[in-house]
Design a binder for this molecule. Structure first.
Ligand code: ADP
Ligand code: MG
Length: 317
């Protein structure tokens, strides 16, 4: 890697700064230099690492991987109500394979352009495949969506559908890629769409927010802990795609929607009175329960019976 490192960076990663005005100096110096954010804004920073074989199947297409790596980081910004500003990429590669790198750079460039976020620097090393992205966003001062603001009486919402990515992983694992629902589900896994207009619309309205990366139960629990409240979830109200239901059947689909990770949907709490206005603006949001006093999370069915979930999300350790 040592000999070709600089050529590699130059060939694949130097041109993804998109000519954005905030980039004073991008790839090629000791640090990237960025203009300070707009007056009245704060910076939001986050980082996420994808490890081959852990966070994605070993043989995943390079362009899909790049899109997903950036998407999961963008999702963190959105869950904070922040907008994209810049990102860096630290990549560890087993070999410098030109085809793989070209695919990766193509996917990354496509995604960066779609969300108008420049790649401003990074690090390149040799080793088992790992992709680390460090992302920078900006958010109006004092308006970031925190995990800690949920209060008793708030309703709990999810944007879009849950469980699709877990179903996709199942299709990949079982090799059932000819399944007619595979294209939709794989797209949801590899390229979760991040809706920044929703994150922005939730500023000043939502009392808390998180993106669903480890599974609804696990991630909602983070809100509950940070906010020192409990929740009741109605499992019959979980938004599920027809594709998920066809692939999993009712029981399995519910398990995926509750415990499956990788969906990168927003889960947030707010007063129910705001829901109609958001729906009228075209946001697909579903009320899945409400915040209660105490601690912990209780799942129930539409007729009020307690529903015991099969698992509580993906825990790394
Ligand atoms: P240094 O030794 O100062 O850390 P490097 O040799 O690691 O510098 O990197 C040279 C330049 O290329 C730096 O501007 C760095 O940010 C950038 N860079 C390295 N790897 C990547 C990458 N994978 N993607 C984008 N920029 C990169
Ligand atoms: Mg370096």
């Amino acid at each position: 890697m040592a000999l070709s490192e600089f050529g590699l960076i130059q060939d694949y990663f130097a041109d993804l700064d998109l000519g954005c005005a905030q980039v004073i100096k991008g790839v090629g110096d000791d640090c990237a230099l960025l203009a300070a954010p707009k007056p009245g804004y704060q910076l939001a920073l986050s980082t996420d690492t994808l490890i081959g074989g852990v966070h994605f199947p070993g043989q995943a297409p390079a362009d899909c991987l790049a899109e997903r790596a950036l998407a999961v980081n963008l999702s963190d910004l959105n869950a904070m109500g922040a907008e994209p500003y810049a990102f860096t990429l630290a990549i560890t590669l087993p070999t410098a394979d030109a085809d793989w790198l070209a695919g990766f750079a193509r996917g990354l460039g496509k995604q960066a352009l779609a969300y108008n976020i420049p790649l401003v620097g990074g690090d390149t090393t040799r080793g088992p495949l790992a992709i680390n992205i460090h992302i920078v966003g900006q958010v109006p001062q004092g308006q970031a969506l925190l995990r800690s603001g949920a209060s008793v009486g708030d309703s709990i919402y999810v944007a879009g559908t849950l469980g699709d990515a877990a179903a996709a992983l199942q299709l990949i694992k079982s090799g059932d890629l000819e399944n007619s629902d595979a294209p939709y589900l794989l797209q949801r896994f590899y390229c979760p769409e991040i809706d920044f207009s929703l994150g922005a619309a939730l500023r000043g309205i939502a009392t808390s927010a998180i993106d669903v990366s480890d599974g609804l139960l696990a991630d909602l629990s983070h809100i509950l802990t940070a906010s020192r409240v409990g929740a009741v979830i109605n499992v019959d109200d979980l938004p599920q795609s027809p594709e998920l239901l066809r692939v999993g059947g009712r029981q399995q689909a519910l398990d995926w929607a509750l415990g499956g990770g990788d969906d990168y949907r927003l889960c947030f709490t707010m007063a129910a009175k705001y829901a109609n206005a958001l729906s009228r603006q075209g946001f697909q949001i579903a009320c899945i329960g409400h915040i209660v006093e105490g601690e912990g999370l209780r799942c129930q069915t539409a007729n009020g019976e307690t529903f015991p979930p099969a698992r509580s999300g993906y825990l790394h350790f």
